[in-house]
Design a protein around this ligand. Sequence first.
Ligand code: 8X3
Length: 250
Amino acid sequence: MTRPIAVVTGASSGIGYATARRLAAEGFQVVAAARRADRLTELCAEIDGVAVTCDITSQPDVDSLAATVAGLPGTLTLLVNNAGGAIGLEEVADADVEDWRRMYDVNVLGTLRVTQALLPALLDSGAGSVVVVSSTAGLRTYEGGGGYSAAKHAQSVLAETLRLELNGRPVRVMEIDPGMVRTEEFSLVRFRGDASAAARVYEGVAEPLIAEDVADCVAWVATRPHHVNVDRLVVRPLAQAANHKVHRVP
Ligand code: 8X3
């Protein structure tokens, strides 16, 4: 029996990696897309998935991802737009325009490119789902987070607009907004490889979320009966009551 197909972007690490593993365990044929081939190969060997090297800022790469999916036996029913990230924590006065451009390209335009490329197949399935992994930064901004938060707000608007436009058609659009998640790379990338700056983000926080916690949320929304549309699911660790309100023990 062919398994329903799920495409996960940013699958080579963190939330994407955990989501790919979890969806495979839920019975999906996972197409794992990311820029780095080595981690994808390892992942796909484990989960019997299909690895596609794809930079979502490249339209030809996204087109070839769609062509690969179209050539697979089985029906595409789920797209998880997970690829994204933050660069820098500079205040607006000092922000680098190129950092903001890059964040917009990956988080917003990347989601747009991949969604546009796979939407026809999702519609054809008769019961498709698009999950957008945004952030609590898409709900509220914070000092130094302007570029990332602006991109995440825009990504959320994309999701909401798509939901409006697809009303009455067989694709639901659902968004997950995680707060503090400790992954191997999110803060390391944000701080341009400065491991001690990255570690300080989680300092004294008893138990930040981990990638598997968010994968659990993705799996939950994706496995609800298809008439159930979880518009937005906000998830934070117990120690984080709001973006600025984090309980830390010395
Ligand atoms: C990550 C949450 O608080 O670092 O998406 O912006 S935060």
